[in-house]
Design a protein around this ligand. Structure first.
Ligand code: UTP
Length: 389
């Protein structure tokens, strides 16, 4: 990206971000609860859902998209997050955990009565990287023989980059000729896949649904026939795995209905009253936290692809070179990065099934160096689920 292109992009993104902020401030939006399929409800129909999902998987209808283009700055690991070894007595990489989980679900689908074998050929995986981690991610998969999944069933594609600016909107430079750029958020994955020609390849393989998930949840159940079957059986056109909020104050985005569409509302957008409101059965009305595990139909994604999704300003510490050629690594945020978010995608859909899962079984995120959502907390959950570390 040249300096001139970057300057133009900064101006475009800033305009879009400010417009979005103004729109949000003006419209409060009609926020309503969206009823989830609870764990209890799902259990009553588990055999049917698993059968439906497994059959569709055997028919090659499902493809996976792993969003691994993030910088993982909070973790502070100097490499693609998925290449982090979290093992204690043996090597166990984050990517390895995810492919292990995937295999487990393919085995479940294969063992399902009435379904034929479901193999990696039936469920291709697309991995989104960014310019900052693409080469290292590809090399890592090659070194580990694609975790036995078959190189021909794994596709890599890169997301777009966005330039960063200071608080006044001036472009920040990495060096004299290179604008400071970073991945543009996890919301532009589908258009990046289209540009890479991957959507056509997937359609050619028979794929009509995508299961999209993040790199940092080492307990993520992906290609889960139960989830897939439940969404199809519900007649809804998309699905989102959710976990029950621990408390009304928990800082997590929750599923809701906004202006008639499914949506994810951030914790700070809910009033205290809304956050604490309870349904007749005692559950929180806005209590279904999202865990970045979605099912979308390709037909909907094709329709949405031309839309201009909202641009968000993220205040960050951005290393830069000043006019005198001195390089700075700020300790405090010094400007903005621009991001498009997958959570905004739902608003373009007609409906979505919130699908509740048991938190301790399916949610072990690795975000931070220590404490909450760290390697240590994820290890503990892996141990509880019988994973040898
Ligand atoms: P996060 O919101 O945790 O962002 O991403 P991050 O950049 O990885 O981490 P921090 O905030 O710097 O610590 C959630 C998921 O979205 C992916 C991440 O790789 C992760 O799977 N993501 C995020 C992208 O693929 N691209 C992006 O530009 C941002």
């Amino acid at each position: 990206m040249t300096k001139e292109e970057a300057q133009e992009l900064v101006a475009d993104y800033r305009r879009a971000a400010l417009l979005h902020q103004q729109k949000e401030a003006k419209e409060e939006g009609d926020i309503q609860p969206l009823k989830p399929l609870t764990v209890k409800e799902r259990k009553a129909n588990e055999a049917l859902y698993r059968k439906v999902g497994s059959e569709w998987m055997a028919k090659k209808a499902l493809g996976l998209v792993l969003l691994a283009g993030g910088m993982g700055t909070r973790l502070g690991y100097d490499g693609p997050k998925g290449t982090l070894n979290i093992g204690e007595t043996k090597e166990l990489y984050i990517f390895e955990c995810l492919f292990h989980n995937l295999r487990e679900q393919l085995n479940i689908a294969s063992a399902c009565e009435g379904s034929s074998d479901v193999t990696p050929t039936d469920v291709p995986v697309c991995i989104m990287t960014s310019d900052k981690n693409d080469e290292r991610t590809r090399d890592f998969f090659k070194e580990h023989d694609y975790f036995g999944y078959g190189q021909e069933n794994i596709y890599f594609f890169t997301q777009e980059m966005a330039p960063a600016c200071d608080y006044e909107g001036n472009l920040l430079m990495e060096d004299e000729n290179t604008p400071a750029t970073s991945p543009n958020g996890n919301g532009g994955w589908y258009s990046s896949m289209q540009k890479a020609g991957l959507v056509d390849i997937l359609k050619g393989r028979g794929v009509s649904w995508l299961n999209v998930f993040g790199v940092d949840n080492v307990l993520a159940k992906i290609a889960d026939p139960l989830f897939f079957g439940a969404v199809i059986s519900s007649g809804k056109t998309s699905g989102s795995k959710t976990v029950a909020k621990k408390s009304p104050q928990e800082k997590v985005g929750v599923m809701c209905k906004k202006n008639g569409h499914p949506a994810i509302v951030e914790y700070y957008e809910l009033s205290e009253e809304q956050a604490g409101a309870r349904a007749e059965d005692g559950s929180l009305c806005f209590g279904m936290g999202v865990i970045l595990n979605y099912l979308f139909r390709l037909t909907d994604l094709d329709r949405i692809a031309g839309e201009h999704m909202p641009v968000h300003l993220a205040e960050k510490k951005i290393p830069y070179m000043d006019g005198d050629g001195i390089f700075h690594k700020p300790e405090e945020p010094n400007g903005y990065k621009f991001e498009i978010l997958i959570t905004d995608l739902l608003a373009y859909l007609t409906d979505c099934l919130p699908y509740e899962v048991v938190r301790e079984e399916e949610f072990a995120p690795i975000k931070n160096k220590e404490g909450v959502d760290s390697v240590e907390s994820a290890r503990e959950l892996l141990r509880k689920n019988g994973v040898k570390l």
